[in-house]
Design a protein around this ligand. Structure first.
Ligand SMILES: *[C@@H]1O[C@H](CO)[C@@H](O)[C@H](O)[C@H]1NC(C)=O
Ligand SMILES: *[C@@H]1O[C@H](CO)[C@@H](O)[C@H](O)[C@H]1NC(C)=O
Ligand SMILES: *[C@@H]1O[C@H](CO)[C@@H](O)[C@H](O)[C@H]1NC(C)=O
Ligand SMILES: *[C@@H]1O[C@H](CO)[C@@H](O)[C@H](O)[C@H]1NC(C)=O
Ligand SMILES: *[C@@H]1O[C@H](CO)[C@@H](O)[C@H](O)[C@H]1NC(C)=O
Ligand SMILES: *[C@H]1O[C@@H](CO)[C@H](O)[C@@H](O)[C@@H]1NC(C)=O
Length: 578
């Protein structure tokens, strides 16, 4: 048995150029890392089932669409190196959003209207099934931004490999009321009742007011600025990668961006340049006044709801007619901080697993779940049933290679009585700060309990993803953490190891909490309580790598918690054809 397990593991490692017949002790592995052989570093933290090109820097996913059954992912890419610069629209196509074929870049600087850069944008499918890309061009070395368009050269090419930038570009330049160096990332356009297209561009006004400047057009070519923005919010700083779309109150299906009807809400998502996180509000699109109004319960700023409370930025959604759903893509950057680290690795940045997104029946927040296509990569499965965990207990999930798994667990408990008090002085803190105060090592009442991902055998390093339940005056508050602070014994002073956290909107009536984590070498992407709260961490263990990685479930609270079900699957590598 042991031999079988080792040999299949070995076959797996061989693909990663890292196979040896001897069993390596953890300490040997660590020394090898410190010597930072470039080949080792090149492969060590690469993900196997997340989207990642063979080399170089990537950032924003952009222009997402399905055209005649084929998914297109464009993304910001530096074709020359592993740090930001020389940005083009790289292009990949897929039939399932998991396995990809890489194509030549679709858009790159070539004309006066984009000579200094081809930045993010979006795709709109015009009547007659005609895709149009809107993107931001940089026209001088002062980073003046204009909005351009591009169209496919040959609509019969199923991959839409070549894109043309017509001569009537740019479509939009900033008027004198707009800061032209903060004027970017046009959204997918939507059609109003008056038959006119609308789209918005993110920007910044005086006094750090972020805004979504709106334009209207009859023919998609001549655009007129609306008198007022679609929305703006004080003290939020520059808005990037704005996304605006309807969600259905009736079911989890997605709606086309131009959908009009009853029983819908609208979502406005902004990427805030200052904090580098993605926030959203849910509200109403007043089509008469052409304004978006967030619901009263929404916080429209840095303390607001986030799509993901971790390493996740510049995200965008698109409507997928193939499965009638709205799909979210987001960029997750590296946390190794020094550009030299990326240069040694030869790459930087991955895309998070695409997520189906819909509104919770309560209307208070969105819900996200990895697209079902991911499940085709699930291989060997192990499970655990009805396992009780007392305070201080860990149970190892054995029989899989936990550096590359998908794990789903449901915890239950018999009472809420032991929940610890929520300190009133934490009310103004971000969840992340509370997690830093009350991490997995601070024993509690109901929680902390959860998973110890990317763990070394003796827990010298681990990234715990866990819940803690607090009692406030009149209700309970559930904190979900993904804490990178003990993720690596490598400890160069600037390594980014935040205790990422968010609260989970749940009433705990059934005394259960579930968690799913997608673990892929240097990323742990987690979905709390069915996807109500999501957190992505990027971590770089030194001991917990390849076959030396372990996965545990743990409880560090006085209340006994039961693992009702735990299912974990080894994940196959996704295919990337070049
Ligand atoms: C760039 O900005 C500088 C300083 O404001 C100005 O002197 C220069 O003319 C600008 N260059 C261009 C190409 O706009
Ligand atoms: C357009 O694409 C189709 C399908 O790939 C191909 O047969 C045709 O030759 C292309 N047309 C041009 C003008 O390149
Ligand atoms: C535009 O924004 C930049 C960065 O915030 C600022 O330095 C510059 O002064 C602004 N320009 C104008 C015209 O407001
Ligand atoms: C549980 O708490 C104890 C006591 O603080 C600590 O030593 C241990 O590391 C904690 N377990 C985890 C998984 O953090
Ligand atoms: C608790 O939440 C569940 C699921 O969202 C809901 O069905 C139930 O009505 C809620 N119960 C209370 C007391 O709010
Ligand atoms: C990702 O990297 C970390 C560490 O350098 C930074 O602190 C983050 O701001 C950055 N995130 C984004 C979206 O750029």
């Amino acid at each position: 048995m042991e031999f079988l397990r080792k040999s299949s593991l070995c076959a797996f490692l061989f693909m990663l150029f890292f196979c040896s017949n001897e069993a390596n002790s953890s300490h040997e592995e660590f020394r090898r890392l410190q010597s930072s052989s470039s080949k080792l570093l090149k492969n060590l933290f690469r993900t196997e089932y997340h989207f990642q090109p063979p080399k170089h820097w990537i950032n924003d996913p952009t222009g997402l669409m399905n055209y005649n059954g084929i998914y297109h992912l464009f993304y910001q890419y530096n074709p020359k190196g592993a740090v930001w610069g020389n940005i083009v629209w790289a292009h990949s196509v897929s039939i399932d959003m998991i396995n990809w074929i890489n194509l030549e870049p679709a858009i790159y600087p070539s004309e006066v209207f984009d000579k200094y850069g081809t930045w993010s944008g979006s795709t709109t499918i015009l009547p007659g099934n005609k895709p149009v890309i809107l993107y931001t061009g940089i026209v001088d070395d002062n980073q003046t931004q204009v909005q351009n368009y591009a169209i496919p050269a040959n609509l019969s090419d199923p991959f839409l490999r070549k894109w043309i930038k017509p001569d009537n570009n740019p479509l939009i330049v900033a008027d004198e009321s707009i800061n032209k160096t903060k004027f970017r990332d046009p959204t997918t356009a939507w059609l109003g009742q008056d038959g006119r297209w609308r789209m918005v561009v993110g920007s910044l006004r005086k006094n750090e007011r972020g805004l979504a400047i709106m334009y209207r057009s009859k023919d998609f070519m001549k655009w007129t600025k609306a008198q007022h923005p679609l929305h703006s919010s004080a003290k939020t700083g520059n808005w990037e990668c704005v996304d605006f779309f309807p969600v259905s109150l009736e079911n989890t299906d997605g709606l086309d961006t131009s959908f009009k009807g009853e029983k819908i809400k609208h979502v406005l998502k902004v990427s805030l340049d200052v904090t580098r996180f993605d926030y959203y509000t849910i509200g109403t699109y007043d089509t008469k006044r052409d304004r978006y109004i967030p619901d009263d319960t929404m916080i429209d700023g840095w303390h607001g709801l986030r799509l993901d409370y971790g390493n996740f930025y510049a995200s965008r959604t698109f409507y997928d007619p193939m499965k009638n759903r709205r799909v979210l893509w987001g960029w997750t950057n590296e946390s190794d901080v020094f550009p030299e680290d990326s240069i040694k690795k030869g790459w930087s940045g991955i895309q998070a697993i695409p997520r189906k997104l819909w509104i919770d029946p309560s209307g208070k927040h969105l819900v996200q779940w990895p697209i079902e296509e991911l499940e085709m990569l699930r291989k060997e499965k192990v499970e655990l049933r009805n396992y009780e965990l007392n305070k201080g207990e860990n149970v190892e999930v054995q029989g899989i290679t936990p550096a590359q798994v998908d794990v789903e667990v449901t915890f239950s408990f018999s009472s809420l009585e032991n929940a610890e008090e929520f300190d009133p002085s934490w009310v103004d803190l971000y969840a992340q700060d509370v997690c830093a105060i009350r991490g997995s090592t601070v024993q509690g009442g109901l929680g902390p309990f959860g998973l110890l991902t990317l763990s070394s055998e003796n827990l010298e390093e681990y990234t715990p993803v866990f819940f803690r339940v607090f009692k406030t005056q009149d209700k309970y508050k559930v904190l979900m953490c993904s804490d990178a602070s003990r993720s690596s014994v490598r400890n160069h002073e600037k390594m980014y190891k935040p205790s990422f956290a968010g609260y989970v909107e749940t009433n705990l009536t059934d005394k259960r909490l579930s968690l799913r984590s997608l673990i892929d070498h240097s990323v742990v992407e987690s979905f709390g309580d069915g996807g109500k709260t999501c957190i992505t961490s990027r971590v770089y263990p030194a001991l917990a790598i390849y076959g030396d990685t372990h996965l545990f479930a743990f409880n560090n609270g006085t209340e006994t918690v039961k693992i009702e079900t735990l299912d974990a699957w080894n994940m196959a590598k996704s295919e990337k054809w070049i």
